[in-house]
Design a protein around this ligand. Structure first.
Ligand SMILES: C[S@@+](CC[C@H](N)C(=O)[O-])C[C@H]1O[C@@H](n2cnc3c(N)ncnc32)[C@H](O)[C@@H]1O
Length: 931
């Protein structure tokens, strides 16, 4: 269940008469518990409560309905109950049907309200449904509630008016919804005079059977589009005359309204009766935009950027420096005035603005700074100098663009009320400005310089219906020319394999002529390069929330040199962190925030989270493309090993149609003598076999033994089939090797080596890369990498924490797995020169790891490296390995991964400078590939 569904279920429960016997179970049901779970709780099977009448769901909640007046005492009993602690309850809750009390045991937050009001606090309990929320979101239960109601209305209207579901009419429906939202907001916030003017008029004037609801609404909209002086001529009905002239684009154009069924009318009245003063435009807009999107509706805006994450972008980008200037100005009237003038000229531009949440937050924060200036200057009544139209956006989806405009208008009004009082706010609010400053279009196709022009004041274009789409041009130039421009947002991320044909062609046209390898870039990289290009024309800085994949692995050498070439540097960054929003059981998206500027200043700011989740700020002379404090290195794949480790090679590629590879029963079916078996059959392992302990075999026949192998009929048949299969191949290389069917197509080993096998991909959940030492004579599959016949200390390096950190950074990830590359990750791995003693110590560490694994025989590597169940002796062996290796680097343990990476990049820079630029990887030749 998502938050909206939970809100609806909780509201339904609160509306029902209180039933003491069933309340606890009904409450759990509203938070998504299935009937089978509830049945077990009801029967007592899974009820862990030690209080009479209590219900305790392990790891979740301990709740009890009590006698009237006993709520506080019952909550105390729940808190003190040993079962609450033993069963790890997250919440306790007591109610008597009149009053309601609860506590979140994790953070001590408490809730006390009347029983019917508990539905308004459903956000308090969202962790019960696996929804981890930040405080700001939880406190905006209204936005979730309103979204749920509007969603029901939207679906009902579509049902009643199928002809409105075509693309063009959908835009009309979306526009209609925006008008409704404005009406609800305006009637509750005194923008309209008279109590419930909007909802009340609809209720009174439209028939109960809903037959004329659309006509009543249409007349109200007509009034809002007609100046008072023109109302008589326009023959506006007298009952609609109480509505002010609003227009502002929102009410210009047609007044066509969809037809309402009785149900739709009652939904409309229901949603109008909510308290719209509680609307929070930054959150509401993000949620409501999903109502109009068939694909998104299920999630109802649960994936939007949360306010704390927006502030991670905006604060370092420009709000923190503004606040510093405010503090430095003190009470100096002139400095304060200068700062106010500077604020009035700042442009904020979000080229993937959705419902405008970045713009709204930026606006609200700037208004707060301006209000403080006005307070210090004794001018609290002063109208704001910050023009709303300086907050520009581009958005692909029509409804989102429309909601963005509305959200900004609402934010402006709320700020005016907050800082200047309602009377002054109302004086200037209506009519709305009929200008469009949010462009509906494709940001990667549009010219940002014309959407967000750095110079010029003239109004370029005015349309009759400013909400008409598609609009590919902003209609007004900026007020207060000559200011700074800050580009921000959370553009879409899409890995290269997920991009549509159109999206690929957009990326192609942006990167064409700059790089041939644009094909591996994420879609978001289009926004970075466009921001960098924009910055070459005017004073601007940009920062986006982004997938962290553009700062890892193969995308780094493609994208970042191009950005740096435009004269931009990374002036601040937030290293990778997990995405947190309202989505239930948050998907594992890892993001980073990267700020680029062509005027980056001397010190760059690098934010990260420490192990306890606190934000840490470090100042750095430079931040490189891997978001590490250090010089601008770009690690490129190379065939030469940087240190004195043994080279890592690929495994062997059979290209055999499966006839050289054997399961255990197929070996038996060959009917070989023990001697023949020893000669021609070897163990065969790739990543899967190494990690899961699976056993497979292969025919391994050298050229010298080919003839004797062919004497064995069961082998000869297999080789013949390999030959036929290769001959039929469309690949020349494969056809060329048909004459040598006894051999793998690509051979990387002799066959009797001891190999250290490294999987090509490894789950990011593991704390270490699972390197596996294979018995002599195991043939390694091309689905793994291997170091053949290497001193064992090489394995200590692969298995270390510092190596994992390097791999995660320079090789990047595939979905949520580490992706290992020998040329990019092993050959480039910087290791200080190792003394004989160092090598002996590391060898001992690797032996200890192997012994620790052995102690758990027959557990597989997959079992042993599950972070939840990793055996302590194995963890301790890895700890000793890390301690030994890190002392070689630094003389002590590293404090954290940031320090590890900084040391590695600094060493990499020194070593590559000493050894000369590493040779590009061209692929090591297999031993008998063309023998
Ligand atoms: C991750 S959302 C962020 C929006 C908003 N800031 C939020 O947090 O909800 C990305 C937005 O970019 C829009 N978008 C996707 N491709 C676009 C394009 N090529 N041009 C403009 N907008 C685009 C999507 O419709 C979506 O609203």
């Amino acid at each position: 269940m998502n938050a909206v569904e939970i809100e609806e279920a909780v509201s339904r429960l609160a509306e029902q008469p209180f039933d003491a016997a069933s309340f606890c179970f009904a409450f759990l049901e509203a938070f998504g518990n299935k009937e089978t779970t509830l049945k077990r709780l009801r029967s007592g099977d899974s009820n862990q409560s030690d209080l009479l009448g209590g219900v305790l769901q392990r790891n979740n909640i301990h709740l009890k309905v009590c006698a009237e007046g006993e709520v506080t005492a019952t909550l105390t009993a729940l808190r003190q109950s040993p079962a609450t602690t033993r069963q790890k309850a997250k919440f306790i809750l007591a109610t008597d049907g009149k009053s309601f009390e609860a506590e979140n045991l994790a953070d001590g937050e408490t809730l006390a309200c009347t029983h019917p009001e508990f539905a308004d606090h459903f956000g308090f309990f969202l962790p019960l449904a696996g929804i981890t929320t930040v405080k700001q979101i939880r406190e905006n239960a209204f936005d979730i509630k309103a979204t749920g109601r509007l969603n029901r209305l939207y679906i009902e209207l579509l049902k009643d008016n199928p002809e409105w579901s075509t693309e063009k009419r959908r835009e009309d429906l979306n526009h209609f919804m925006a008008r409704l939202i404005f009406g609800f907001f305006a009637e509750d916030t005194a923008i309209f005079h008279g109590e419930r003017l909007f909802t009340g008029t609809i209720e009174q004037m439209s028939a109960r059977d809903s037959s004329d609801t659309h006509q009543v609404l249409s007349e109200i909209f007509r009034a809002m589009n007609t100046k008072l002086a023109e109302r008589e001529t326009a023959q506006i009905k007298s009952w609609a005359n109480g509505f002010p002239y609003v227009n502002g684009g929102l009410f210009s154009g047609g007044v066509d309204v969809p037809r309402f069924s009785k149900i739709a009318r009652s939904y409309l009245l229901h949603v109008g009766n909510l308290d719209w003063t509680k609307i929070n435009p930054d959150i509401f807009g993000s949620m409501i935009q999903a109502v109009a999107d068939d694909a998104e509706r299920g999630a109802l805006g649960m994936h939007y950027t949360s306010v704390p994450n927006i502030l991670k972008v905006l604060n370092p980008l420009f709000l923190d420096p503004l606040r510093t200037s405010l503090a430095e100005a003190g009470e100096n009237a002139r400095k304060l005035l200068n700062l106010r003038q500077r604020l009035a000229r700042i442009r904020v531009f979000d080229p993937a603005c959705g419902s405008g949440n970045f713009l709204v937050i930026a606006y609200k924060e700037m208004r707060a700074i301006e209000a403080e200036i006005n307070r210090l200057r004794g001018e609290t009544d002063r109208p704001s100098d910050i023009p709303l139209t300086n907050f520009r956006g581009i958005e692909l989806r029509n409804f989102s663009a429309e909601i963005a405009r509305l959200a900004l208008v609402i934010a402006e009004y709320q700020c005016d009320v907050h800082y200047r009082g309602q009377k002054l706010a109302l004086l200037e609010f209506l009519p709305l400005e009929a200008t469009n400053w949010i462009t509906c279009g494709n940001a990667l196709r549009l010219d940002w310089l014309s959407i967000c022009p750095p110079t010029g004041k003239a109004v370029r274009l005015r349309a009759d219906d400013l909400f008409e789409t598609p609009l590919d041009q902003a209609e007004i130039d900026f007020k207060n020319e000559g200011g700074e421009t800050y580009i921000c947002g959370n553009p879409p991320y899409l890995g290269s394999t997920w991009q549509s044909k159109e999206q690929k062609s957009e990326i192609n046209s942006i990167f064409e002529g700059r790089t041939k390898t644009w094909g591996s870039l994420d879609y978001v990289s289009g926004w970075f390069i466009k921001a960098a290009d924009y910055g070459t024309h005017t004073q601007a800085a940009a920062a986006f929330v982004s997938t962290n994949s553009i700062c890892q692995g193969q995308q780094v050498p493609i994208l970042w040199p191009l950005i740096f070439q435009t004269g931009h540097a990374i002036h601040f960054a937030h290293t990778s962190f997990k995405w947190a929003n309202l989505a239930s059981h948050n998907a594992g998206v890892t993001v980073a925030i990267v700020g680029i500027s062509n005027n980056p200043g001397k010190l760059r700011r690098l934010y990260s989270f420490n192990e306890s989740g606190g934000a840490v700020l470090r100042e750095a002379e430079n931040i490189n493309a891997y978001l590490v404090s250090g010089p601008n290195v770009v690690v490129a794949p190379t065939d030469e090993v940087l240190g004195n480790m043994t080279a890592m090679d690929n495994g062997n590629k059979a290209v055999d149609g499966g006839h050289l590879l054997l399961e255990a029963h197929e070996v038996a079916e060959l009917g070989l003598s023990p001697e023949q078996n020893r000669t021609f059959v070897k163990r065969f392992a790739g990543s899967f076999e190494a990690i899961n302990g699976a056993i497979r075999y292969c025919l391994w026949i050298t050229d010298e033994l080919k003839e004797s192998a062919m004497q064995i009929p069961s082998i000869a048949v297999r080789l013949k089939t390999v030959e036929e299969m290769r001959l039929k191949s469309s690949k020349k290389l494969t056809r060329d090797t048909a004459a040598r069917p006894h051999a793998f197509q690509q051979v990387r080993q002799v066959g009797n080596e001891v190999s250290i096998v490294v999987p090509q991909v490894s789950s990011e959940r593991r704390d270490y890369l699972p390197a596996v030492l294979m018995k002599p004579g195991t043939i390694i599959s091309n689905l793994a990498l291997a170091v053949y016949d290497a001193p064992l200390w090489n394995m200590a390096l692969v298995a270390s924490r510092i190596h994992l950190v390097w791999i995660a950074t320079v090789c990047g990830k595939m979905k949520t797995d580490f992706r290992y590359s020998n040329t990019l990750g092993w050959n480039t791995f910087p290791v200080p020169p190792l003394t004989e003693q160092n090598k002996a110590d590391l060898t001992r560490c690797a032996e200890d790891i192997l012994l620790a694994r052995e102690a758990h025989f027959p557990a597989t590597i997959a079992d042993l490296y599950d972070p939840e169940t990793m055996p302590p002796n194995l963890r301790a062996a890895h700890e000793r390995n890390d301690e030994t290796l890190e002392r070689i680097y630094l003389g002590r343990r590293f404090k954290n991964d940031t320090e590890r990476l900084e040391t590695l990049f600094s060493l990499y820079t020194q070593m590559t400078a000493r050894q000369g630029a590493p040779k590009k990887a061209g692929g090591r030749k297999p031993k008998s590939y063309d023998a």
